[in-house]
Design a binder for this molecule. Structure first.
Ligand code: DQA
Length: 139
């Protein structure tokens, strides 16, 4: 069974409450439960932190044994050389995801330190971005 880890960065614990016009009104836990039920053939886990170093620790922890990481580094996408370096350092492929279309938003969201080292990038499909990333790991 394939093992995938979804890693969410800062403020994504507030999904469902935060800027619902952009990010929707579903909490990540509700969404995660529904996709977990939908794909019983894959082992799906979820980790969230607001702290950059904790995200790097998790990437290092799973990055040599899991089949895939689905990473929404949120605001750290646009700032974190450390997370970018962590992705370079590991063996597990990383898919960068975003709920919103970051290219249709402020210019500072157009830069990504994740994308150059990611297997691919999926953005702008709401929470479905995560599901599309999961599908990319299914044969
Ligand atoms: C986000 C986009 C980021 O620019 C922003 O800082 C987030 C969420 C998204 O999923 O659309 O927190 O990663």
């Amino acid at each position: 069974m394939k093992k995938l880890m979804i890693i969410n960065g800062p403020n994504l614990n507030l999904l469902g409450k935060r800027e619902t016009n952009i990010y929707g009104d579903l909490s990540f836990t509700e969404f995660f439960d529904s996709i977990n039920n939908k794909y019983p053939g894959i082992s799906l886990e979820h980790y969230q932190s607001n702290i950059e170093g904790e995200l790097i620790d998790k990437i290092q922890e799973v990055g040599f044994s899991y089949d895939g990481i689905i990473l929404n580094a949120a605001a750290y996408t646009h700032t974190s050389i450390g997370i970018g370096d962590a992705i370079k350092a590991i063996k597990t492929p990383v898919i960068e995801v975003h709920i919103s279309n970051t290219f249709s938003r402020e210019e500072y969201r157009h830069q990504s330190f994740i994308a150059p080292n990611a297997k691919g990038v999926i953005l702008g499909f709401g929470l479905q971005s995560y599901e599309l990333a999961i599908l990319s790991f299914i044969d």
